[in-house]
Design a protein around this ligand. Structure first.
Ligand code: WQD
Length: 333
């Protein structure tokens, strides 16, 4: 079986390519490297000892995407490629809607023309919006509070409507919670350019000394220690969840929205202290005002992924931090 992974040079995409190759799939990557590097493809090959064909293509170039499907055969597609910075999407809505939605439309058109109708889509817990009770369950109504989040809601709707036109389509809408960590080799991981928006890569830069201290966005939430609570999931658990979702999609039809999360809430300070244990250093933080748009707490109800895919998370917070630190400390400077 041969799988095309769009955004396969990115953080979650590259880890998923490793799991796919280790599960016996052939893998090709389609990436424009706007937020990643060809070096990640080489690292995937180094980790697995297997070749990966990489297409440097932008999904906004429909003819280039169609050419990939004319030249190569795929049994399925895992679609990660997209812009994903929540704050940036607020200041650049047109770019986010164009890039994420037109890119997904072009991919679906090329897939339909090639009669490739198995698609696993990288969605996000952000589609549960600000009003649903926790833990989040797949059948809850979706909404968003940022253009980035709306692109995920809209692409889920587009894919649902596409599947309704042809029973041959098999589409998985995987809703991730907070992916963190890195492959145990330390060869691939999360390496955002500049000042990270997300919590763990920010703490990682405090641990390397590139940043002086962690700003804890809010210490007065109605949570056990007053800081924000999220459902962190090791990126390798997430990658393995994608392989299980693909196996299911290859043997079923229709559309399934599925949470990929641990089902456990962890606070900012709990993760911060776990990172101190992982790096063996005492790190600095300051309690600062809340970040606009943040919810106090959310985590997944993970039962559907267990029932459908026989999958659940296996790696704990300490291994998330240890694996993140191994990657970060070996890529310092
Ligand atoms: C986690 C917690 C912050 C940074 C975002 C996107 C979501 C998804 C994952 C794409 C919160 C606190 C953070 C910092 C802090 N991305 N924090 N200091 O906001 O849950 O989700 O990333 O799909 O769509 O919204 O993740 O890591 O930014 O924040 O105190 O410097 O850490 O307040 O409680 P978030 P995050």
């Amino acid at each position: 079986m041969r799988i095309l992974v769009t955004g396969g040079a990115g953080f979650i995409g590259s880890h998923t390519c490793v799991s796919l190759l280790e599960s016996g799939y052939e893998v090709a990557v389609l990436d424009n490297y706007v937020n990643s590097s060809p070096a990640a493809v080489a690292a995937i090959e180094q980790i697995t000892g297997k070749k990966v064909l990489a297409y440097e293509v932008d999904l906004l170039d429909l003819e280039a995407v169609q050419a990939v499907f004319q030249k190569d055969h795929f049994d399925g597609v895992i679609h990660f490629a997209g812009l994903k910075a929540v704050g940036e999407s607020v200041s650049k809505p047109l770019e986010y809607y164009h890039n994420n939605i037109t890119g997904s439309l072009n991919l679906c058109r090329a897939m339909r023309e090639a009669d490739c109708k198995v698609l696993v889509f990288s969605s996000s817990a952000t589609v549960y919006g600000p009003v649903n009770p926790i833990p989040y369950v797949e059948g809850m109504p979706t909404s968003a509070t940022s253009p980035y989040g709306w692109t995920k809601v809209m692409i889920e709707q587009m894919l649902t409507d596409l599947a309704a036109t042809d029973p041959a389509w098999s589409i998985s809408l995987l809703r991730y919670f907070n992916p963190v960590g890195a492959h145990e080799s330390g060869l691939i991981g999360e390496a955002p350019n500049g000042i990270p928006n997300n919590l763990m890569p920010y703490i990682a830069k405090v641990a390397t000394g590139e940043l002086p201290y962690l700003r804890v966005f809010g210490g007065d939430y109605d949570t056990p220690d007053g800081t924000g609570v999220r459902d962190y999931i090791h990126v390798m658990d997430l990658a393995e969840g994608h392989v299980k979702a693909l196996e299911y999609a290859l043997s079923h039809t229709g559309v399934e929205a599925v949470n990929l999360g641990s089902g456990k809430g962890t606070s900012v300070l709990e993760l911060f202290h776990a990172y101190e244990r992982a790096c063996g250093k005492e790190l600095a933080y300051q309690i600062c005002p809340r970040r606009a748009g943040d919810l106090p707490a959310f985590w997944a109800d993970p039962r559907k992924a267990e029932a459908l895919y026989h999958w659940h998370t296996t790696r704990d917070l300490d291994s998330m931090c240890r694996d993140s630190w191994r990657f970060t400390s070996s890529h310092m400077g």
